[in-house]
Write a protein that binds this ligand. Sequence first.
Ligand SMILES: Nc1ncnc2c1ncn2[C@@H]1O[C@H](COP(=O)(O)OP(=O)(O)OP(=O)(O)O)[C@@H](O)[C@H]1O
Ligand SMILES: [Mg+2]
Length: 166
Amino acid sequence: MPILDLNVVEFVSGSPIQTARIGERLGKLLRGGEIICLEGSLGAGKTCFAQGLGRGWGATDDLTSPTFTLIHELRRASDKARLYHVDLYRIEKEAEAWMLGLTDLMDATASVVIEWPERAPALLPPERLWIKLETLDDTRRRLTFKATEQAHLNLLNALKKSAFGI
Ligand SMILES: Nc1ncnc2c1ncn2[C@@H]1O[C@H](COP(=O)(O)OP(=O)(O)OP(=O)(O)O)[C@@H](O)[C@H]1O
Ligand SMILES: [Mg+2]
């Protein structure tokens, strides 16, 4: 696992289970206010990762790929926290995301995981954990994690410790 610089971690996942498991470890670390961006082409594993994340966070419902809803709210039994799963694949223009209240969500204390964040770049706050998923072959995906400021860097460091033991 090469460490490119302090803010970047690269990891190759060998299976959907492994991808979901890293998501699960990240989900366990969320405390509210995080923006997790999942960039990657069709079938790269964004939803697979987000499903694990929802599980780790403790969501009462399974996280699915919403077909018509752009924003899906998840709850958990232990407290009143919210996790929002956003899929911008079908977004027409950034104004649409703004109207959907995406910016309100991101100002709040909830945790937000976003598929296809590159479709509405101007809406995203500069503070975030950006995860790029690349398809290497049928079963392997390269995940590149990049944190942009201290809070998300702390999250990335906690994930490194939890997932990779470093
Ligand atoms: N290492 C891997 N990690 C994640 N998924 C994998 C891996 N290897 C194979 N796959 C397969 O790739 C597909 C990933 O699907 P997934 O829905 O998570 O992609 P996505 O990035 O959300 O796509 P979309 O842009 O359509 O929403 C699944 O069929 C999964 O079984
Ligand atoms: Mg998806």
